[in-house]
Design a binder for this molecule. Structure first.
Ligand SMILES: Nc1ncnc2c1ncn2[C@@H]1O[C@H](COP(=O)(O)OP(=O)(O)OP(=O)(O)O)[C@@H](O)[C@H]1O
Ligand SMILES: [Mg+2]
Length: 310
């Protein structure tokens, strides 16, 4: 079985609370906070665990918030490999306002990573056995520039790791520089920013994804299209997967669930179609739940069965 690891350079300890109304100045009484692990790669590893797979989350953990994050992952039975960081792991805050149904998501800057700490994380990555899959997901924290990410991917690939990337902006551009990525999953906006042009027609999206494959940047490109599902391209062709109509409660965690599901399928040697179906099913499964919850195995299986019967 191919081993799976995820790397999160900017993890977070997320807390979620509910308040009856929101207004300035006065005290906003909130419900007791619920804590949850956060950060791209960490959520990908959690989604893989929910789907019955196994993935080890590598990340920097700092201070008491870092310890809390590790204990939450241990409770969820997600294997972790951490390095001790001096800066405390950041805390994000989700507030659900009962009267309006609105969600406020306060996102703090990531904890700074020193040169030494980044190097320690890179050593963890370079100790992974050749042939394993490494998912790099999320933003870059202060202290880590894009050139460091490009180098880390070059070194990882040099050691025989198959790299999957889910990121945006300059980080995504830098991650594609070495070429030969196993899979990238931009959404339409991220792909448009990457190729530096508007993608208004469905054909535009396919052409842009095909360019990335043909230029050798990635073996597979899956463009996620929210409620429209996804368009996937590899060197043999392309597939489009549309989820069934459903009542979505919250799209938080859809992208991470999708990447987790597709990683699991890639590790099992699935085809482009099978991988994309499972990814769309898990992404859509994550939207059935309220709040920040990721995909469940039962919902994912139900949707994938529907997609396969179409
Ligand atoms: N409103 C929705 N209804 C049904 N399925 C959805 C909806 N939004 C997202 N999904 C599912 O989740 C997948 C990923 O969603 P999306 O394209 O929004 O990714 P993203 O922009 O990377 O999300 P994130 O904000 O989590 O990073 C989609 O391909 C789709 O299968
Ligand atoms: Mg995303």
């Amino acid at each position: 079985m191919v081993k799976i690891y995820t790397l999160t350079l900017s993890p977070s300890l997320d807390s979620a609370t509910v308040t009856p109304q929101i207004y300035p100045e006065g005290k906003l009484r909130c419900s007791a906070p619920m804590f949850e692990p956060g950060g791209g790669g960490i959520n990908v590893a959690r989604a893989i665990t929910y789907l019955g797979g196994n993935a080890t989350a590598i990340f920097p953990a700092g201070g008491a918030t870092g310890e809390h994050l590790v204990s939450l992952l241990t409770e969820e039975k997600v294997p972790v490999e951490t390095i001790n960081a001096e800066d405390w792991t950041r805390q994000n805050l989700h507030v659900h306002v009962e009267s309006s149904g609105e969600q406020y998501r306060f996102v703090m800057p990531g904890a700074r990573l020193s040169e030494k700490e980044f190097h320690q994380l890179e050593e963890k990555v370079l100790a992974i056995e050749s042939g394993a899959i490494l998912v790099i997901s999320g933003s870059l924290p202060p202290g880590v520039d894009t050139a460091k990410l490009t180098q880390l991917i070059r070194h990882a690939q040099g050691n025989g790791l198959r790299c999957i990337v889910d990121s945006s902006g300059d980080a995504l551009l830098a991650a594609l520089e070495p070429g030969n990525l196993e899979l990238v999953k931009p959404n339409q906006k991220e792909l448009s920013a990457l190729v530096n042009r508007e993608l208004s027609q469905p054909d535009d999206v396919r052409t842009a994804a095909q360019e990335l494959v043909q230029s050798g940047k990635a073996h597979r490109v899956v463009v996620s299209l929210g409620p429209q599902g996804a368009l996937a391209v590899d060197k043999t062709g392309f597939v489009q997967v549309v989820p069934p109509p459903m009542k979505s409660q919250s799209t938080v965690g859809a992208g991470d669930s999708m990447v987790g599901a597709m990683t699991l399928k890639l590790a099992q040697g699935a085809s482009l179609l099978e991988m994309t179906r499972y990814g769309v099913a898990a992404g859509s499964a994550a939207t059935i739940n309220q709040g920040t919850r990721l995909c469940s195995l039962a919902d994912t299986q139900k949707i994938v069965d529907y997609l396969a019967s179409q």
